[in-house]
Write a protein that binds this ligand. Structure first.
Ligand code: BGC
Length: 763
């Protein structure tokens, strides 16, 4: 290179600006079409295994954007997922490990009904994102629990959009307080896994606005996630990632979303349509997507303004990221401190469903521990929502660490049996691809040992477990129902222990609802510990012995039978007798519009807004097994002094001349009248007049969790109900409408309890 060329190159580079927070428009004007396409279409995956694996930047992350070094634009890294950061725990050439804390699953976080503790989980999780060199965590998952068989419900929060939205907002705030991003997902209507790339969700605008989009709206308005991930499915005939009405009209124009939109991994088909709709980033990206984008611009099918709008938002994201700040990550987050946060959150998310004098129990005396899951606890679900956690504390260890003495006959038997089962499961899992359920140990019914244990032990704990995940919905018979062997085990234990006047507690270590109505009478206590993360056994042991007083509440209804579910007739049935064949459900490859097979090619959301308790409380012919919001405590609380206060509109301290009320504030005094310290949850439901509009019997409009109240201690909780939150979507007027008339504000312990009530009138 001649001296002149060197001087020219130096002068040129001195003149070329680099990306700053305040020069994005200038940088966009300097980018070539190829560079723009490279920023928008991700780096692809060096070893794509179906759940997003990327070895650029951080090994085992999900994806990355391309860098444009000449303009100072770095590559940023995305990684899953809701229960913690998912990256590879080991790397070639080093003995160092890169484990991440396995936090409680989303459903359990929602069961805490405590946004504060969820924010703390987010803070800890976000610190791992930062310290492992990742820029955006692909979480939280926040689709509505429409049907208990959805394979990814464990990643999601609730059947109720307010609970889901507020928990998601806290999660996002916690993570983003670290200066890293989140991606609320999957926007929207990804409520089934079967044929998820091609299924068309057919749903009314009212149900969308009030239920399925509402949770996202709450989280976005409150917490401004840096990114949002579009879902794979179609919505009323259009791919979510290709729908301008969704991404531009509703998300950005209506709700004021300021972040970038990213596709789900490989989602959608028509790159030009996605960019036009406002889906800024195409992940995980491929050469064909990159070429398609460039070609569409050259052919005039895609306007450069659309591309520039997406690039502007992508750069707006990039300038916020640690990669742009040149953050030097340590690869050494404080996993021990985060394990404590995991434990604290799990402690609050355990739900006590039944307790006929069985709990608290121990650690004194002898405990019979049964069920293979007691010895192989499930920390979380499978697929992209999985986490490579350093360990899982099972219940055997949790109880031993908590000072329990386990009945030796069973302990010896299970310890040896489980060793063989672990080998068997590991061999089968080793041959499986990621979509298949994780192999579980086979349940045993050691009859003679049960009899002996019933003589020697003071109580029995029996754990049943369920694990499932992305890519597949749950089997009604094998996953939702308890298996014959499980029922047989419970029956034997219950007969033998009850015959000797001893109590039996069932612990459910599950990612989603199982049927309970048919067997709940056999148990004296039922404790749902969900999938509580790596510290699970410790959490459950401390709840069992009363060191922790349960304060979790159900974030969904548990119906008496699957057939009672409002969506039972419009949800795929998985047939256990037909081996699962993923490709079978991909036969509608391509952007085809000829949907033909019900519940596979398309799913009708006939129940409309009547999801979960909205249905069971309004239209269901019979009661439920456990209602939404339900959960017991070891102490009792008295509620009193319910007050409804109004806040009037004002500007600059001057009241609105029409006396317009913009918010109701509901106060309740809660007193612990039992003998143990505990936390209570007040759920505020509203019953609208329902005269000029079709309205559910009750809708959750606010909730509050008390601090830990000592026996005799009181506190007043205040809940806010903005008047606009009482509105319903009017399909004809295409807008929100507040019905006039009398509204009943009901403070209750669950969606079915009578509770305390006050009436207000909206004129
Ligand atoms: C999942 C997303 C996930 C992505 C990247 C997709 O298969 O649906 O939830 O974030 O993979 O791993």
């Amino acid at each position: 290179m001649s001296m002149l060329t060197l001087i020219l190159a130096a002068a040129l580079s001195a003149a070329t600006p680099v990306l700053r927070e305040d020069n994005i428009p200038e940088i966009v004007s300097l980018l070539t079409l190829e560079e723009k396409a490279a920023i928008l279409v991700g780096c692809g995956s060096t070893a794509f295994d179906g759940i997003g694996r990327n070895d650029i930047g951080v090994k085992g992350s999900a994806g990355a954007t391309h860098a444009v070094p000449r303009l100072g634009i770095p590559s940023i890294v995305f990684a899953d997922g809701p229960a913690g950061l998912r990256i590879d725990p080991t790397r070639p050439g080093t003995d160092k490990t890169f484990y991440c804390t396995g936090f409680p699953i989303g459903t359990m976080l929602a069961s805490t009904w405590n946004p504060e503790i969820v924010r703390e989980v987010g803070e800890a999780m976000g610190n791992e994102v930062l310290e492992y060199g990742v820029d955006v965590l692909l979480a939280p998952g926040m689709n509505i629990h429409r049907n208990p068989l959805c394979g990814r419900n464990f990643e999601y929060f609730s059947e109720d959009p307010l609970l889901a939205g507020l928990i998601a907002a806290a999660y996002v705030e916690g993570i983003q307080s670290n200066g890293v991003g989140t991606s609320v997902k999957h926007f929207a209507l990804n409520n089934q896994e079967l044929n998820r790339l091609h299924n068309d969700a057919r749903v009314s605008m009212r149900a969308m606005r009030e239920i399925y989009l509402r949770a996202f709206e709450i989280a976005i308005r409150k917490a401004q996630p840096w990114t949002l991930m579009t879902s794979y499915n179609y919505i009323n005939g259009t791919h979510a990632s290709e729908a301008p009405w969704l991404l531009t009209d509703i998300l950005r124009n209506d709700w004021g979303f300021e972040g970038a939109v990213v596709t789900d991994w490989g989602g959608g088909y028509d790159t030009a349509a996605q960019i036009h709709a406002g889906n800024d980033l195409i992940q995980s990206g491929s050469d064909s997507r990159y070429n398609a984008l460039i070609q569409a611009v050259k052919d005039g099918r895609l306007a450069m303004e659309d591309v520039d709008a997406c690039v502007t938002r992508a750069l707006g994201l990039i300038v916020k990221c640690p990669a742009f700040r040149g953050y030097k990550h340590s690869d050494s987050p404080d996993l021990q401190a985060h394990a404590k946060v995991c434990r604290a959150a799990a402690d609050e998310g355990v739900v006590l469903l039944k307790n006929k004098g069985a709990l608290p129990a121990g650690p004194d005396g002898v405990t019979a521990l049964l069920g293979v899951t007691s010895y192989a606890f499930i920390a979380g679900g499978t697929g992209s929502g999985d986490v490579h956690r350093p360990y899982i504390v099972d219940l055997q260890k949790g109880l031993a660490d908590g000072g329990f003495t386990l009945e030796s006959g069973l302990d010896t038997f299970y310890t040896s049996y489980m060793q063989d089962e672990h080998w068997r499961c590991a061999m089968i899992d080793g041959q499986n691809s990621w979509v298949i359920d994780r192999e579980r140990p086979i349940e045993v019914v050691p009859e003679e040992l049960i009899r002996q244990a019933a003589d020697k032990a003071d109580r029995a704990f029996v754990t049943f477990g369920r694990v499932f995940g992305e890519g597949k919905d749950r089997d009604l018979h094998y996953s939702y129902m308890l298996q014959d062997r499980e029922i047989e085990l419970l029956r034997r234990v219950s007969e033998e222990f009850h015959a000797r006047g001893k109590k039996v507690t069932v612990i459910l270590n599950i990612g989603g609802v199982v049927e309970m109505e048919s067997w709940k009478d056999m148990a004296d206590a039922i404790l749902v510990c969900w999938q509580p993360g790596e510290e699970g056994g410790h959490t459950v042991a401390s709840v069992l012995c009363g060191e922790v007083n349960p304060s979790g509440r159900l974030p969904m209804t548990i119906s008496r039978s699957y057939e009672d579910e409002p969506s039972a007739g419009n949800f795929p049935r998985i047939y256990a007798d037909k081996p699962f064949n993923y490709s079978f459900y991909r036969r509608l490859e391509g952007n085809k519009k000829d949907y033909t097979v019900k519940d596979i090619d398309y799913t009708d959301y006939d129940e409309g807004i009547y999801v979960g308790y909205r249905y069971f409380g309004t239209k269901a012919p019979r009661a439920v097994c456990y209602p939404f919001g339900y959960g017991l405590s070891y102490t009792s609380f008295r509620w009193s002094d319910m007050k409804v206060l109004s806040r009037y509109a004002q500007s600059d301290g001057v009241l609105d001349p029409d006396g317009k009320i913009i918010e109701y504030m509901v106060d309740i005094q809660v007193t612990n009248i039992g003998s143990r310290a505990g936390k209570d949850v007040v759920e505020l439901y509203v019953k609208a007049p329902g005269k000029s509009m079709d309205k559910p019997e009750r809708e959750l409009k606010a909730f509050a969790k008390t601090p830990l109240l000592q026996p005799g201690e009181s506190c007043t909780v205040r809940m806010s109900v903005p008047v606009e939150s009482l509105a319903s979507w009017d399909e004809t007027a295409e807008g929100w409408e507040i019905e006039r008339g009398r509204y009943r504000f009901v403070a209750a312990r669950d969606a079915a309890e009578k509770g305390l009530a006050k009436t207000i009138r909206i004129r």
